[in-house]
Design a binder for this molecule. Structure first.
Ligand SMILES: [Zn+2]
Length: 289
């Protein structure tokens, strides 16, 4: 809605005469009485909420060292590939400072959070032992095959990793870069889930957000949000994690994730064959740099 709009008034003397413009009425958007919180000079907390980019705290995915909060890929001895573990358990008692403020865009009591970021911790890793136990050697990337290993073997090892849950035969080499490409897809999927669910969180918050008539003071509004924000926030986290776990349990989802990593795998394969002068194994469509 515009901040200002005008109704023009037309009238005629009788039914046989022309309509003439006789005047207008101007309407201005104003704050209802008692709702002028943000007009108070120097009210910094109100200012924070006016910025629409600040409507919800940012959600950050923070990579933490292996072992943090028990996030250890070696805990499962059957894992032949990588694993993406995401947790927020330690945030249950996350002590955020919440300030209510009147958001003039939303026309609702809203809030800001000090620090303005919510954090999910994650570990994106694989268990070296589980893999090397199978008689293969882990290498960082395609440049790290040993000298004189042979083009056929390089291709064999890389193609073995195209198949989900598969390793090259004993004596072969496993590329960490390929394990990471798969895990990165999981990570990106989760980031999308978080965004989609966040939109739902926003709608849920908006549904209960008090209007200016509901509270007279910022303190009352702050108390309201302290009580009501946390349960919705935790529901949001739970939902995102539950969706992640539902997917990760399905073999279909894993295979799909692996399939979606093929583009990265193929790039690694091309790089390897070019790097090791194995161009005869490349498709004639590809030219090495
Ligand atoms: Zn996976």
């Amino acid at each position: 809605m515009e901040d200002h709009w005008r109704y023009n008034i037309y009238a005629r003397e009788d039914e046989n005469s022309q309509f003439e413009h006789v005047g207008w009425i101007d309407f201005y958007k104003t704050t209802p009485p008692g709702c002028d919180f943000c007009n108070e000079a120097g009210d910094a907390a109100c200012e924070e909420c006016i910025d629409n980019n600040n409507i919800l705290p940012e959600t950050n995915l923070v990579e933490v060292p292996v072992g943090t909060d028990g996030m250890d890929p070696c805990a499962d001895h059957t894992l032949l590939g990588g694993i993406t573990i995401i947790k927020y358990n330690s945030l249950i008692n996350y002590n955020f400072i919440l300030n209510a403020c009147y958001n003039t865009e939303l026309q609702r009591w809203w809030f800001s959070i000090e620090g303005n970021a919510l954090e999910f911790k994650y570990v994106l890793e694989y268990c070296d032992q589980n893999i090397t136990n199978k008689g293969v050697t882990l290498i960082d990337d395609y440049e790290n095959f040993p000298q004189g290993y042979g083009c056929d073997l390089i291709l064999r090892d890389i193609q073995a990793q195209y198949i989900y849950g598969n390793l090259p035969p004993a004596g072969g080499y496993v590329l960490k870069s390929m394990l990471e490409a798969h895990e990165l897809k999981h990570y990106l999927d989760f980031a999308v889930t978080l965004d989609v669910d966040k939109e739902e969180l926003f709608q849920n918050l908006l549904e209960i957000a008090p209007s200016c008539e509901d509270f007279n003071t910022k303190e009352q509004a702050t108390t309201f949000w302290i009580i009501n924000f946390s349960p919705l926030l935790y529901a949001y986290w739970d939902q995102a994690i539950a969706e992640r776990e539902k997917y990760s349990k399905g073999k279909g989802y894993e295979e799909q994730t692996h399939w979606k990593s093929r583009r990265n795998f193929t790039q690694i394969k091309i790089n390897a064959l070019c790097f090791w002068n194995c161009t005869s194994l490349l498709s004639p469509l590809i030219t090495c740099p």
